[in-house]
Write a protein that binds this ligand. Structure first.
Ligand code: SF4
Length: 525
C-alpha cells in the first residue's frame, strides 16, 4: 500500500459581495443590465485553471510552486501540489493564492520528491470547497495516481451517473474525479493504458497532468482546446522535463520551451525520456482563440505565436476596420494595453495611459458602507485627466461581457473631461457562453446576446462602439479569414459553433446554468 501525506488547509474565505451598478445612470432603465450586476467590478470571462508538472528535478515541489505562481492569473481561489519521491506521494492543497500557500519552507520540505504536479483553480465561491481543490490523488490497486485538469468535461455528469449506478462513491463534485473512477474501473493492464482508456470515454476540453510513482503524464483533448506545453530544464540533478499551461511558467524557472503537447496527444515522461502516444482519431484543431485575446499572459507563446504580438495585431485590425478621428488611444488596463498599442501604431495616433489601474484591489475587497458602494469601478480604475481632458479618446478593451465595467469606464473618462469617447473592442461580440473550462455568465446575461452593437453603444454611452470582426480576428492570427466549414480555432463564444458535444447541458434542455456539470452533480448526489 502506498502512502500519501495529505496536508489540507483552508487559508481564507473568498466570498465577496455588493451590487456595483448602484447609482449608475442608464442601468436602472435597462431591465437587461441590473439583474447581473457583478459583485466585484471584474466584468470578464475567467480562465478556470492552470496546471504544471515537472519530472527529474531534485526540488520538484519548489519548481512547481514557482510555476503555479506564474500561472496565478488562470486561477486565484485555490492551489495544490502533489510530489512523489518514488514510493510516497506528498500533498498540500489550500484555498488562496500560491504565494500564501507555498511560501513557507516547511510546506515545501514536506513535499519531497523529484517529480510533482500542481494546479491553480478558479471557481465561484459556492464551489470553492477544499474537497474540490486539485490535484486529486487515488491510491489504486495497481498504483497511486495524482491528477490535475484544466478544462471541462461536457459529458461528466452522464458518465458520473453511470459510475454511481455501478457503485462508485464520489468524494467531490469535480469532473476530474470521473476520470479517476474510469481509470479505476478500466480493464486495461497498465496505468497509462487505463488513463487512455478513460480519456476515450470523456468528451469536452481538457489538458491533464498526471503523476504516477515513475512517470509524469500530459494529455490534451483531440481538438486541443486548452493549452499545454513542454519545457526542459538543466539543473544540478540533470535534465528535468516540464508540462505547463503556458510558457510563462517555464520562464520563471529558467526552463526552455520545447513544444506544445499536440491536440489528442498523450505524453509519458519517464527516466527513459518522452514517449508520445496518439490514441484518438485525428480531428480539426480548435484551440481556444480567447487564450490569445485575454486569458494567456502576454509574455506567453502558444503554438509558437507570441500572445503579445497577436494582441497588437488585433488592435491594428481594429484600427483598419473601424478607425475614427481621435487625439489619443487609451487602453483599459491591463488587458487592453497590447491591442491599444497596435491600434495606435496602425492609426498613427498618440498612445496614452488615460486610465490607471489600482493593482491592490483584490476580489476579497468588501466595501464597508452603502455610502461608498457607488464608487464602484473607481476602486480598480481611475481616470488620468492629464491625458484625457479636452481630447477625442479611443478606449481599447479586450472584450465586453456584461457591459457594466465598460459603462462605468466611459462615464469616468467623460467626467475627466474627454470631448469624445469611442470604444473599440479587440474581440467580436461575446454572444455565447463557454462550456470548455472558462467561468462565464449564462447566455442571457451576456450584453451582446441580447443587444445590437448600436444598443450596446447607447447603453455604455459611448460616441461610437466597434468590435473587431471575426475575419479580422483570424487575420490577426496570421490566417486569411475564418473558414466556416473548418474553423481553425474554437470561437464558440462569438459564433455558437461548439466544436465538442454538450452532452450534459443538452440533457437539461439547455435551461440549466452554464457551469452546470458540478452543480447538477451536487444537486443530484
Ligand atoms: S467558447 Fe470561447 S472561451 Fe470557451 S474555449 Fe471556445 S473560444 Fe475559448
Amino acid at each position: 500500500m502506498r502512502h500519501v501525506d495529505n496536508d489540507m488547509t483552508v487559508d481564507n474565505d473568498m466570498t465577496a459581495g455588493g451590487d456595483m451598478t448602484a447609482g449608475i445612470d442608464g442601468a436602472d432603465d435597462d431591465p437587461c443590465l441590473l439583474p447581473w450586476a457583478p459583485d466585484d467590478g471584474d466584468d470578464k470571462f475567467h480562465e478556470e485553471c492552470g496546471v504544471f508538472g515537472i519530472f527529474g528535478a531534485a526540488d520538484a515541489a519548489a519548481h512547481t510552486a514557482l510555476g503555479l505562481h506564474a500561472l496565478q492569473h488562470r486561477g486565484q481561489e485555490a492551489s495544490g501540489i502533489v510530489a512523489c519521491d518514488g514510493g510516497r506521494f506528498n500533498m498540500h492543497r489550500a484555498l488562496g493564492h500560491v504565494g500564501a500557500n507555498f511560501s513557507t519552507p516547511d510546506v515545501i520540505q514536506r513535499l519531497r520528491g523529484a517529480a510533482a504536479i500542481g494546479h491553480n483553480r478558479y471557481s465561484t465561491s459556492g464551489e470553492t470547497m477544499l474537497r474540490n481543490v486539485q490535484p486529486l490523488f487515488a491510491d489504486l490497486a495497481f498504483g497511486g495516481i495524482a491528477l490535475a485538469h484544466n478544462g471541462n468535461l461536457t459529458n461528466a455528469l452522464a458518465l458520473r451517473q453511470g459510475l454511481v449506478d455501478r457503485g462508485a462513491i464520489f468524494q467531490s463534485t469535480m469532473d476530474t474525479e470521473v476520470v479517476v473512477h474510469l481509470i479505476a474501473t478500466s480493464q486495461r493492464k497498465t496505468l497509462v493504458e487505463r488513463l487512455i482508456d478513460g480519456l476515450t470515454k470523456v468528451e469536452g476540453a481538457y489538458a491533464f497532468v498526471a503523476l504516477t510513482d515513475d512517470a509524469l503524464i500530459g494529455a490534451r483533448d483531440p481538438h486541443g482546446v486548452r493549452p499545454l506545453c513542454i519545457g526542459r530544464l538543466w539543473g544540478t540533478s540533470g535534465e528535468a522535463t516540464i508540462l505547463a499551461s503556458e510558457t510563462c511558467a517555464l520562464d520563471i524557472i529558467g526552463a526552455e520551451y520545447v513544444r506544445d503537447v499536440e491536440p489528442g496527444e498523450v505524453v509519458v515522461i519517464t527516466e527513459a525520456g518522452i514517449a508520445s502516444i496518439k490514441p484518438f482519431q485525428p480531428v480539426q484543431n480548435r484551440f481556444c482563440i480567447f487564450e490569445y485575446i485575454y486569458f494567456a499572459r502576454p509574455d506567453s507563446w502558444v503554438d509558437r505565436k507570441s500572445v503579445y504580438e497577436v494582441r497588437k495585431a488585433i488592435g491594428a485590425e481594429l484600427a483598419r476596420e473601424s478607425g475614427v478621428d481621435a487625439d489619443v488611444i487609451v487602453p483599459v488596463p491591463d488587458s487592453g494595453v497590447p491591442a491599444a498599442l497596435g491600434y495606435a501604431e496602425q492609426a498613427d495616433i498618440q498612445f496614452g495611459l488615460g486610465i490607471i489601474r489600482n493593482h491592490y484591489v483584490g476580489r476579497t475587497f468588501i466595501e464597508p458602507t452603502d455610502q461608498i458602494r457607488h464608487l464602484g469601478v473607481k476602486l480598480k480604475h481611475n481616470a488620468n485627466a492629464a491625458i484625457l481632458a479636452g481630447k477625442r479618446v479611443v478606449l481599447v478593451d479586450d472584450s465586453i461581457v456584461r457591459g457594466t465595467t465598460s459603462m462605468k469606464i466611459v462615464e469616468m473618462v467623460r467626467e475627466a473631461g474627454a470631448a469624445e469617447v469611442h470604444m473599440r473592442i479587440a474581440s467580436p461580440p461575446t454572444t455565447h457562453s463557454c462550456f470548455y473550462g472558462v467561468d462565464t455568465p449564462e447566455r442571457s446575461k451576456l450584453l451582446a446576446a441580447r443587444h445590437s452593437v448600436e444598443d450596446m453603444r447607447r447603453l455604455i454611452r459611448a460616441d461610437s462602439l466597434s468590435f473587431v470582426s471575426l475575419d479580422g480576428l483570424y487575420r490577426a492570427m496570421g490566417r486569411t479569414e475564418r473558414n466556416p466549414e473548418r474553423p481553425a480555432y474554437c470561437d464558440a463564444c462569438f459564433t455558437g459553433d461548439y466544436p465538442v458535444r454538450l452532452t450534459d447541458f443538452d440533457a437539461t434542455d439547455r435551461t440549466g446554468p452554464v457551469r452546470s456539470i458540478s452543480r447538477l452533480a451536487a444537486d443530484r448526489g
